[in-house]
Design a protein around this ligand. Structure first.
Ligand code: ADP
Ligand code: MG
Length: 366
């Protein structure tokens, strides 16, 4: 074992009140932006009630092994409370990591969860196995359907926050640190149909202004770069559960293009350019207007109408097809689903429930 990890575990055991009586920490399994996660043996197994026994056996090899998430002490208490509240709300699904208990000692907070055995996304995204892609997406969208039905937007859908096990074909959502309850409202123009396509912004006509007097737009942009939906990039303040559907689309895009990460911009303006490179200027302008923004560009690689996904993905995969060479029906269906999940207009982007009825996911395209 890494001596640094041993030191870290020992320090935690020595400083956290009574911890060694309850949990025996085994190893560090993950480190995110806001926490460190360890495996541990639950020494007081009686937390488990029978209701969960059946669900646990599906995902756990040894039910006494748990995951202990140590939230960095720099996290705001309200944020931690929010994560716990949401996890408690979502406690009734095999698609969300179940919380066993939470412990606090001073500023230290530990969330003890069901341990979810999973396969690293980096080992599977290039396999090209369409059954695997289907199973993965079905599990992810079922998890999202459950969250969304309960009014929760996850906000940080990406491979490290969705733990998929290739042996059982089961997937579990984790990391509700940025999640929020959806609330109606917001002043974004999209709530009343967006701006007219003929709208000409006089401020834009004058060119880029350094001392722009207009107030800045504020919107929740929590999430991970590369996975943010266009409405987040355009600072919409009426964001919906559809932002998670976009992120699920980005994951499907990574499977189909065999590229991870796919989008790689450092900031939101660059991210808009990346998305525009695929979808083209016209669609991006329409999307911008929907959220009361104007999108103008002179970047030569951004075409008027963007790229069609089938050709674009062939290009990503270095495939040259003659007109007679057809794509398989599964691939065609997967690409159709991709184009629906990655709809820049959140209003026509499907819900998780609708997406689950798609031919690719029901297996009808096989
Ligand atoms: P952060 O907010 O720091 O990103 P996460 O909740 O995403 O924290 O956890 C970080 C990593 O720890 C995850 O990407 C995953 O690899 C691992 N992990 C988290 N929860 C579990 C769990 N219940 N079972 C197994 N591994 C987990
Ligand atoms: Mg995470």
């Amino acid at each position: 074992q890494d001596p640094e990890v041993v030191k870290e575990i020992t320090t935690l055991e020595e400083t956290f009140f009574n911890l060694p009586e309850k949990f025996f920490l085994l190893d560090k399994i993950g480190e995110g932006t806001f926490s460190c996660v360890y495996t541990a043996v639950d020494l007081l197994r009686d937390h488990f009630d029978n209701r969960w026994e059946s669900k646990m056996t599906e995902t756990l090899s040894d039910p006494s092994v748990v995951a202990v998430k140590r939230i960095h002490v720099t996290s705001a208490p309200l944020r931690i409370a929010n994560e716990l509240e949401i996890l408690a709300t979502l406690s009734d699904s095999a698609h969300v990591a179940r919380v066993i208990t939470a412990l606090r000692d001073g500023d230290q907070v530990l969330v003890v969860m069901q341990y979810v055995k999973h396969t690293d996304f980096r080992c599977i995204y290039r396999s090209g196995d369409m059954d695997l892609v289907r199973d993965y997406m079905v599990e992810l969208l079922k998890g999202l359907q459950y969250c969304h039905d309960n009014g929760v937007i996850h906000r940080d859908i990406k491979p490290t926050n969705f733990l998929f096990n290739t042996e059982t074909n089961r997937g579990v959502l984790v990391d509700f640190g940025l999640a929020e309850f959806w609330t109606a409202g917001g002043t974004c123009p999209c709530t009343s149909g967006g701006w007219e396509a003929t709208y000409v912004n006089p401020q834009v006509q004058a060119g880029y202004r350094k001392d722009d007097p207009r107030p800045g737009r504020r919107a929740n942009r929590a999430g991970t770069r590369g996975f943010r939906a266009p409405e987040v990039l355009f600072k919409c303040n009426a964001q919906t559960t559809k932002i998670d559907i976009w992120a699920a689309g980005v994951i499907l895009l990574m499977f189909l293009s065999k590229r991870f990460p796919f989008f790689n911009s450092l900031d939101d303006s660059e991210a808009i350019v990346e998305v525009a490179t695929i979808f083209g200027r016209v669609k991006m302008q329409k999307c911008a207007l929907l959220h009361g923004c104007v999108f103008e560009t002179t970047i030569p690689t951004i075409r008027e109408s963007g790229h069609a996904f089938p050709q674009f993905l062939d290009w990503c995969n270095h495939i040259r097809r003659t007109p007679e060479e057809m794509m398989g029906s599964d691939e065609t269906a997967a690409i159709d689903l991709l184009s629906k999940l990655l709809d820049p207009d959140f209003r026509t982007r499907p819900s998780a429930r609708d997406a689950l009825r798609h031919d690719f996911l029901t297996g009808r395209s096989r």
